[in-house]
Design a protein around this ligand. Structure first.
Ligand code: GAP
Length: 522
């Protein structure tokens, strides 16, 4: 991750927001290449999801909506994360990401608890808890190994076992005062000492603002925490004006805002991010499970089409017991990031809960009249919801490689390469004149560059030797470089096309170059 974050900054993909003021946690800026990359991801999704389908329309709704939208959707009451404060360090933790375990020592053949170890969620929480336990044991003057699994515990002298769960789980098993007392025994990850943690409490993640000149309870509004509600609230408008027929979808791309307690892993979880969501409405008696599966497959295939490797993708079905009461099923497409396998795209079968909620709260019916069956009903919905920033991070992580390659003289050198799919690469082609002091070469290169520029993001570079120019383009993921040389201007007009991944070169004509781009960049 460090190498990827460094490259993202160095080459102008992603900057910390407000960096000159020390940064602003959970917010990011996209630099020139990042903005292009992000736009390409968005455009690919919009083209495939909306323009190339006859059953889906796109809309764009406002970020700040009537506050009643968020009451009806359940976000005012329930869009919360459990929060734990450290009163000493003033740090805040998500209680479902703060793990603890009791630590025991063997004395005269008996287990004696010496306290609790704590650790923040990581790739290997058990390992981190064992390390924290080891520190505690060392402080007692004993030198004994720490075991975390039951079999080893039986044979060992020291152990952490029993509860190895997040502190948030306590809320469901104990009374408030018990939890408060208990929380005091868990060491704060900030100080390493017990006594300063509060009991978990619910924290609403919606950002509040005030609309209009008055700042009182009546003017409170929210920045949307998801784009989805725009589609439900405008359902009737789209049905009445869009000439849509079930099954059909409404899609939207836009910014969402969540006051995440622990924004982390670079742009993976931030406080301002962009979502691409689609609500696919189906008949009340349609086979929702088949529709759900079809959308999971569609989403996976789409991720492959923008270059994510199948080996990094997996599925996670949310356990039935953890689903909201109205939910029929949710499957997440997971991606193997360097910091662990994490949710990339959620595909939820939400029944007709959302439309019903808005019908009740607004008093406006949300029924659909089905011409074929002459029946009126509130449609059900399948919702594929994904974050643009998470996809962007996935393509950066999957595409990043450091390799040893040979230069023209046979010397081994390092090359850093971003293997972006041509569909999303920020620069599609780089155009080089072989020499910058040969007017005819420069003129032809500039002419080709201008021609390409009318359709594609291209880059003109005449500085440094060709090898160096290739490396600069490899590092930003440009799939092809073309070099205008003497053969181009003195013989048949062909130029050298160098391919990023194979590093092979061949001569092609201008028409062939345009045909290649037309086929690969769509
Ligand atoms: N309407 C459903 C919904 O918003 P979600 O699972 O909360 O569902 C959907 O969000 C997707 O939005 C996630 O799968 C993820 O890709 C992205 N996302 C959610 N929270 C995010 C955050 N704090 N930062 C970046 N992306 C986020």
């Amino acid at each position: 991750m460090d190498a990827i974050v460094a490259l993202a900054k160095r080459r102008g993909f992603i900057f910390q927001s407000s960096e000159i003021y020390g940064g602003f946690n959970g917010f990011f800026d996209y630099g020139p290449l990042g903005a292009e990359l992000k736009k390409n991801i968005r455009d690919c999704w919009w083209n495939d999801m909306v323009r190339r389908r006859d059953d889906i329309v796109g809309i764009e709704t406002s970020i700040i909506m009537h506050p009643k939208v968020w009451e009806a959707s359940g976000h005012v009451a329930g869009f919360t994360d459990p929060l734990v404060d450290c009163k000493v360090s003033k740090q805040r933790y998500r209680a479902d990401q703060l793990f603890f375990a009791p630590v025991f020592l063997m004395e005269n053949g008996l287990e004696k608890q010496i306290g609790y170890a704590s650790a923040i969620e990581s790739e290997d929480v058990a390992r981190d808890l064992a390390a924290a336990a080891d520190k505690m044991i060392r402080r007692t003057g004993r030198r004994v190994p720490v075991f975390t699994d039951a079999a080893a515990v039986a044979a060992g002298n020291a152990a952490i076992h029993a509860r190895l769960g997040p502190i948030a789980d306590l809320a469901s098993v104990s009374s408030r005062s018990d939890i408060e007392e208990f929380a005091k025994q868990i060491p704060s990850p900030a100080t390493g000492e017990p006594g300063s943690l509060t009991a978990p409490r619910s924290f609403n993640m919606m950002f509040q603002t005030n609309v209009g000149a008055m700042t009182d309870a009546s003017s409170v509004a929210y920045l949307r925490p998801e784009t989805a509600q725009g589609m439900f609230v405008d359902f009737k408008n789209v049905v009445d004006t869009g000439r849509v027929k079930l099954p059909f979808g409404i899609a939207q791309i836009g910014k969402s805002f969540r006051n995440e307690i622990t924004p982390r892993n670079f742009i993976f979880r931030s406080r301002e991010f962009e979502q691409m969501e689609m609500e696919y409405f189906i008949s009340e008696d349609a086979d929702w499970a088949t529709a759900h599966r079809q959308w999971i497959e569609w989403c996976k295939n789409w991720l492959l089409s923008i270059g994510l490797p199948a080996s990094h993708l997996s599925e996670y079905d949310h356990p039935k017991a953890k689903l909201a009461f109205y939910s029929k099923g949710t499957t997440d497409i997971m991606f193997r990031y360097p910091f662990g396998v994490q949710e990339l795209w959620g595909i939820a079968a939400r029944g007709n809960y959302d439309l019903n909620q808005h019908a009740t709260a607004s008093g406006k019916p949300m029924e659909y009249f089905d011409e074929a069956s002459k029946k009126k009903f509130v449609p059900h919905v399948i919702e594929p919801a994904v974050g643009v920033d998470r996809i962007l991070l996935a393509v950066l992580c999957a595409g990043y490689a450091e390799e040893d390659v040979k230069d023209e003289k046979g010397n081994v050198e390092k090359r850093t390469v971003l293997r972006f799919s041509p569909r999303i690469a920020p620069v599609k082609v780089a155009v080089f004149p072989l020499l910058k002091n040969k007017e005819a070469l420069v003129a032809r290169a500039k002419e080709l560059h201008a021609k390409l520029q009318r359709k594609y993001a291209v880059f003109y570079d005449e500085t440094g030797n060709i090898g160096k120019r290739y490396r600069r383009q490899d590092e930003i993921g440009t799939p092809w470089c073309v070099t205008i040389d003497f053969e181009t201007i003195e013989q048949d007009g062909t130029f050298t096309l160098r391919e990023r991944d194979s590093m092979t070169q061949k001569r092609i004509t201008e028409a062939e170059l345009f045909a290649l781009l037309d086929e690969q960049v769509y």
